[in-house]
Design a protein around this ligand. Sequence first.
Ligand code: ATP
Length: 592
Amino acid sequence: MEIRKGDMHILIVDDEESIRITFEMFLKREGYGNIYTAASLEEALALINETQFDLIISDIVLEGATGTELLKYIKQTGVKCPVVMVTGFPNLDSAAEAVRLGAFDYISKPVNKETLLRFVRQAMKHWCLEREKTKLQRENEKFRRYLEVIFGSVSDAIITVNRKMEIIQLNSTARKWIGKGGGDRVLHLDDLPGELGKACFQDAARAVEKSEMVKEHLVECYKEDGSPRIISLHAAPLQDSIEEFAGAVIVARDITYGPPESRKKRVSFHGFTGSSDLMQKVYDLIENVGRVDTAVLVTGESGTGKELAAAALHAESDRRERSLVKVDCAAMAEDILESELFGHAKGSFTGADRDRAGRLMQADRSTLFLDEIGDISPRMQLRLLRFLQEKTFTPVGRDTPRRVDVRIIAATNVDLKKKVEAGNFREDLYYRLKVVEIELPPLRQRRLDIPQLVHHFLTLFREQIGKNIVNVSDQAMKFLMNYRWPGNVRELRHVIERACVFADSSSLLTEHFPVEIVTAGEGSRDYPEIGAIDSKKMKEPPVQPARSFVSEEATIREALQATGGNKSKAAKLLGMDRSTLYRKMKRYQLPF
Ligand SMILES: Nc1ncnc2c1ncn2[C@@H]1O[C@H](COP(=O)(O)OP(=O)(O)OP(=O)(O)O)[C@@H](O)[C@H]1O
């Protein structure tokens, strides 16, 4: 840590003016800057209190005082600065005392220019080294404190031992695991109790004796309360700064997979709302399966959130940077679906006036969501099976196959297994699609989610519609909780939207809900007070005559009539997806 001569602050203390002037001149000519002089001890102390000096040159005999008093003052006050004493005659005792009191060196009078400059150079060299040392010590201390904080705050247990397996350090987690107060008394790794202690000793011994790393050594042990715990141990040899072997460090991580109830419940997940146990399982499954590049079949009644699940699976996967591509298989006739999926060459059929890449191509390196997969024709089933087996497809009207990297997520609300059994769906395709199945539970099986969903949609529509609706009356909420919800969350969403449109106060009241919801609740078992719902005690309510199902065909007919056959408008009016409307029209054999 070099100091430039011109930047230095040097104090000359001498009661003889001629010496002060001579020394100052010698130093200034040599390029040293900021030279201060003091004629007495008092003057010197006053200057020392004001200025941080890099060097003090002081006569050992001052008028009415001594240079050693100056040294004592410097020592007592902790001022850091080398002091060179000038002795009038070579008195070894006073010189020795000066050095004992912390003087850097002493010069005997008479002092010529060369001697003075030589001493100044040496003192400066020493001062620079001192400053460098202090800086390094400060940095080391800072670093040590950081490490201490990290060491103490990590959830892993960390133990360091020396070559003799004596414990050098334990962090707070390690102390906790070892047991109450045990950490203070444990001095040797051999003293650690139980299976964990034994394993730590073995791994540390391997690290120390063979200088080997131990990775992911799994140990099954028990917590103080008797519950099982799985620990993953790592041990590594420790070497000090001169590469000498110093011992080992052991890091132990608790990887026990806690039972689901011990983990925090999620109230929402990728667009889903609901904290019921059934939905927690769905969230966990999506999270785990999302990352694996496998085909997934999402099942569940209409409106349970199958499309949301597909989007969540895509969002959890490494393909998330590219857009999810969706194909609604029920909404299209076979030929159209074929060219939609696989693409076509210009002129391959009437109306094919240009090349079309198709959704599979579009979904390359992404995910293709095939909604209503149960509705595809046998020919499409075969084409899809080939694609899943070979990862290649040939666009309509072309000869050369194309290879793409597409993850398939399919969804259905029909019982595909039954379709397979009835010979209406290929078994081989069924198993290809259903590598993993995610079943979304109907809303009536997770009524605990209803209040959360109601408030979720209330917030959404309040903002969209621009009304200040903040609440739902207890009576209305009870009806909502008692209803069977054949259309599941989608139906609930529409019911809340409709209620928000009708509401003219700050609350949604019974009168704002459709009559079938209010009457369906009558006579059925009441659920407990909203705030006191216990999901475990909740069972399915007695099956109601599903009013909305009884009149469904007629309602759809009416809606189609009212919209002049416009299926998009009819679907909107009915509060269902276009694909759902198509499926239902098929089911009731209504003309397309
Ligand atoms: N748990 C949920 N939380 C919030 N919104 C939900 C939830 N489940 C479904 N929804 C909403 O309900 C509507 C229907 O969901 P979605 O389209 O995913 O259902 P689906 O099972 O695919 O229906 P279908 O079988 O009729 O195609 C959407 O508006 C969706 O955002």
